[in-house]
Design a protein around this ligand. Structure first.
Ligand code: PAF
Length: 287
C-alpha cells in the first residue's frame, strides 16, 4: 500500500489556528513559522524543510498583504495559485496552512500600518524605491507572529533588507521569537527564485539571468576594483542589455545597510533591483 500523503490542516481564522496549535503549545512543543505571500517555489520549500527539521509543528501562512504594495497594479497581478501551493506544502510535509482573508488581518477595513522607526535601515534601497512598503510589511509580520506565536520564524535572505528590518523590530521590542534567515535558492541558470518569476514572459525570463550573472561578476571584482568602478560596470551591463531597467545597485554593509565606504572592516552585500518588463526583481550577494 502506498503511504498516505501528509495532509496540511487549513485555518482561515485565528480561533481555527488556535484550535489546531493549542495542543502543541500546551505540550510546550516548538512551533516553526514560514510567512509567505504564496505562489510558492523551491525557495519557500527550503524554508519549510528547515522549519520541519527544527520544530515539532510547522505553520506556513499565505497572505498577499495589500499594505506592503506601493503599486496597485503589482498587487493586482501578484500570482495566487492557492491549490498548487497547498499541494506543494503537503509534499513538503508542512502541518498547517494559515490562509487568512483580508478581513481577518485588517478587520473593519482598517488598513492602518505601524509607524515604526527603523533608523537608517529603511531609508535606502527597497525603502527608498517603495514608499510605505516596510511599514506594511512589518504590520502584517507583527500580526502574523501574534497569531501564530512561533518559537522560530523563517525568512529568505533574498529579501535581505526585509530580514534586517524584521530582526531589528524583534530585537527592539524584545519579542521572544528566533528570526532565522535562510539562503537564497537559485534556478539552474542562477536566477534567484521568486514568486514574481512566474509573471515573466519567456523572453523576459531569458533576459533575467543577467541579474544574477552580474552579481556573480561583482563578487569576482570585489577586492580588485573600486566600488565606483563596480557600480559603473553594473550600470553598463544594463545599458548594454537595453531592455531591463536598473532600479538600483548598491554595495552596503550587511548589518547597517548603509553604503560601503571601506571605513569599517565588516561584511558587505551587493543588492540589486531591476525592472524586467513590468516585473520588478531583486537579488543580492554577500561579498
Ligand atoms: O516576504 C514575503 O513574502 C512577505 O513580505 C511577508 C514576510 C510574508 C510579509 O507579507
Amino acid at each position: 500500500m502506498l503511504p498516505k500523503p501528509h495532509s496540511v490542516k487549513v485555518a482561515q481564522t485565528i480561533p481555527e489556528l488556535d484550535k489546531i496549535l493549542d495542543p502543541y503549545r500546551q505540550k510546550q512543543q516548538n512551533v516553526g513559522f514560514v510567512p509567505t505571500m504564496g505562489a510558492l517555489h523551491e525557495g519557500h520549500i527550503s524554508l519549510i524543510k528547515q522549519a520541519k527539521a527544527e520544530n515539532e509543528v510547522v505553520v506556513c501562512s499565505i497572505f498577499v498583504n495589500p499594505t506592503q504594495f506601493n503599486d496597485p497594479a503589482d498587487l493586482k497581478r501578484y500570482p495566487r495559485p492557492v491549490e498548487e501551493d497547498k499541494q506543494m506544502l503537503e509534499a513538503a510535509g508542512c502541518d498547517v496552512l494559515f490562509l487568512p482573508t483580508v478581513e481577518v488581518m485588517y478587520p473593519k477595513g482598517d488598513f492602518t500600518t505601524l509607524n515604526e522607526d527603523f533608523g537608517m535601515l529603511d531609508k535606502v534601497m527597497e525603502g527608498a524605491s517603495r514608499p510605505g512598503h516596510f511599514a506594511g510589511m512589518i504590520t502584517v509580520v507583527n500580526k502574523l507572529l501574534l497569531a501564530v506565536k512561533p518559537i522560530n520564524a523563517y525568512f529568505g535572505q533574498k529579501d535581505f533588507q526585509q530580514l534586517a528590518i524584521v530582526k531589528h523590530f524583534i530585537a527592539k521590542h524584545v519579542i521572544p521569537i528566533n528570526i532565522i534567515g535562510c539562503p537564497i535558492v537559485r534556478e539552474p541558470d542562477g536566477l534567484a527564485m521568486s514568486s514574481r518569476n512566474r509573471l515573466l514572459s519567456p523572453d523576459e525570463r531569458k533576459r533575467a539571468v543577467l541579474i544574477s550573472q552580474t552579481l556573480f561578476k561583482v563578487k569576482e571584482m570585489w577586492g580588485k576594483s573600486s566600488v565606483a568602478d563596480i557600480k559603473d560596470f553594473v550600470q553598463n551591463e544594463f545599458v548594454k542589455d537595453g531592455y531591463m531597467k536598473l532600479d538600483y545597485f548598491e554595495i552596503s554593509y550587511s548589518d547597517t545597510l548603509q553604503p560601503f565606504d571601506g571605513k569599517r572592516n565588516a561584511q558587505a552585500v551587493a543588492c540589486i533591483a531591476v525592472f524586467d518588463g513590468k516585473v520588478r526583481l531583486i537579488d543580492n550577494i554577500l561579498l
